[in-house]
Design a protein around this ligand. Sequence first.
Ligand SMILES: [Mn+2]
Length: 312
Amino acid sequence: MQEILKRIDEAKHITVIAHMNPDADSLGSASAMYTHLLRLHKKVSFFCASKNINQKLSFLPWYDKIRNSFPTSSDLAISFDCASSDRIGTDLTCDLINIDHHKSNTNYGSLSLVDSNCISTTEVLYNLFTKNEIQINKKMATALYAGLLEDSGGLLGDEVDGTTFALVGKLIEAGADYKTCNQFIMKYLTLGALRIKGFMQTNMQLFSEARVAVFCVSDDNMKKSGAIGEDCEYALEEALYLPTVEVALLLRQNSDFSIKGSLRSKSSLDVSAIASNFGGGGHHNRAGFNIKNSTTLESLKVEILKLINKEI
Ligand SMILES: [Mn+2]
């Protein structure tokens, strides 16, 4: 931790990085650090390789500063919530610090701060700040709470315990605008998100005595609904509400015909192990992967179902 603060102290132009298709945890962590770095009078940039960033996160401080080109004059970069360096979406030449909470983190970068006991990367960052007597202001508290809220599944996830609620209390004490976070992250849906959710629920397939739910979404389905990738997660996660369903799988085709896979589990099945077969990773109950070579949704589905069936 001391080494991280020392590198920050020495750097002149620092770029905070959120992963591609960023969620509230990645953006919230980067946003909180951005605020802190400005207080240190550093030159700061906010990078995310994705062009279309979820509008529901537009309430986060410094959202309007996010750029998809990496600044050449940056001498230090800090990535947040990126389990592997390819989640960054660009090759870096400057020094890199990796702050994360994924068990599967590959410890890339010249310095890593990875704590898989934390529910969110914002919790890792909260600990870094408080252990080093760095004061958390309102903007930082809001951004940190946003990541905690999303990664804990709206504080309903299995890994939520008293420590989580204690942290919520501390962030609210520090001035977190939790009502805005709750509204935007938990209750905001675009028309595209609603339409793709309805499509996915209608076309959900069940396998293995309804213990496995599968969704296949083509690029055409995405275009017709007007949804973005993250919008497919609502139906995926709600499939676990069915008492019999232990694992849910989503295979979504991108416009370049690559395939994004997402997995959710509510049983002992570790979906990050399944995702690692395809070069991905994540958490025990939440994981993903990307496949670039040309394979069909159908053949990939069959292959993954075989792997899942071996484990359940
Ligand atoms: Mn996270």
